[in-house]
Write a protein that binds this ligand. Structure first.
Ligand code: NAI
Length: 327
């Protein structure tokens, strides 16, 4: 077998980690012929629990799992990694507002960004799932100036998959009948799924549904799905978040074969999104490089929604700049 691909996962003893690690180790990320070395980062008090998860990984005897390294030191764990999934973050606690969360989690990503800049492999791809994902990715990017900016992405694939599944269900078609769907903006309740550039069996999706359904039902249901899952399950979405994290990283590493997917990437100014903000766009991937799909027509409604979501990103960026977390 070839040299293992080193895949780092942070927050590895958490809920998402418990689903993510087993999927990666079983070959869901890079297929059955690519050996994987898992490099798992946790905070010191969670290392014991992580040891238990590693025992379970051992007990699966996955043919593709070549090695597992665990630790609480980012520089040791990230050494030589080719892919880094930054999942670990602090959940919002009672009495914490968004600014407190930005400050608490932001500090995690300054340290991890700097460590990746020092020790990751030259081809490293970094995907942030831990919330607020887009701004955490911006912080990590800003603290790793030697890593090309486009190697920092954030996860909006879960919103994408939710939007895809809900549309297909509503129209009673298969998810594979839907093409071109994408989420724009921030991974929060302002995210915007654009049905005007989505096609269902060749027809524009927005023409197949009521306009009121888009604004009053579809967008709010996609946006609040996370809360609905907490209400039903008593815990936040974990398996679907792990699945989306794998979908994003697999497509980024192996390509999308022309298929449009949603990726939060550093804006190059496309569609008027301020350059440098990490915002969700329709993207395709070839040869390990993503491209923002160009030439889409955005109607006034889409432009307004995207601008509102991008304004949230700019405001979060300003807050973390004030906190001294980015330059
Ligand atoms: P969890 O609380 O079960 O696990 C988080 C883990 O991160 C814990 O084990 C904790 O010890 C660890 N951690 C905290 N600080 C760390 C640090 N500095 N370094 C390494 N590990 C650290 O949370 P869960 O459910 O696994 O979610 C993780 C994150 O993913 C949360 O921020 C959540 O909001 C976010 N999320 C993002 C989604 C998206 O679509 N972008 C979807 C669902 C969750």
């Amino acid at each position: 077998m070839s040299t293992p691909v080193k895949v780092a996962v942070t927050g590895a003893a958490g809920q998402i980690g418990y689903s993510l690690l087993f999927r990666i180790a079983s070959g869901a990320l890079l297929g059955p012929d690519t050996p994987i070395e898992l490099r798992l980062l946790e905070i010191t008090p969670a290392l014991k629990a992580l040891e238990g998860v590693v025992m379970e990984l051992d007990d699966c005897a996955f043919p593709t799992l070549a090695n597992v390294v665990i630790g609480d030191d980012p520089e040791q764990v990230f050494d030589g990694v080719n892919a880094a999934m930054l999942v670990g973050a602090m959940p919002r606690k009672e009495g914490m507002d968004r600014a407190d969360l930005l400050a608490a989690n932001g500090r995690i990503f300054t340290g991890q960004g700097a460590a990746l800049g020092k020790v990751a492999a030259d081809d490293v791809k970094i995907l942030v799932t831990g919330n607020p994902a887009n701004t955490n990715a911006l912080i990590a990017k800003s603290n790793a100036p030697d890593i090309p900016a486009e190697r920092f992405n954030a996860l909006t694939r879960l919103d994408h998959n939710r939007a895809l599944s809900m549309l297909a269900k509503h129209l009673e078609v298969a998810v594979t009948d839907v093409e071109g769907l994408a989420i724009w903006g921030n991974h929060d309740d302002s995210m915007y799924p654009d049905l005007y550039n989505t096609r269902v069996n060749g027809k524009v999706a927005a023409d197949l549904v009521d306009e009121a359904w888009i604004t009053d039902t579809y967008i709010p249901t996609v946006a609040t799905r996370g809360g609905a899952i907490i209400k039903a399950r008593g815990l936040s979405s974990a398996a679907s978040a792990a699945n989306a994290t794998i979908d994003h990283m697999r497509d980024w590493m192996l390509g999308t074969d022309g298929k449009v997917v949603s990726m939060s990437v550093p804006s190059d100014g496309s569609y008027g999104v301020e350059e440098g903000l990490i915002s969700s766009f329709p993207c395709t991937v070839a040869d390990g490089q993503y491209s923002i799909v160009q030439g889409l027509e955005l109607n006034e409604f889409s432009k307004e929604r995207i601008a509102a979501s991008v304004a949230r990103l700019a405001s979060e960026r300003d807050q973390v700049r004030e906190l001294g977390l980015i330059g």
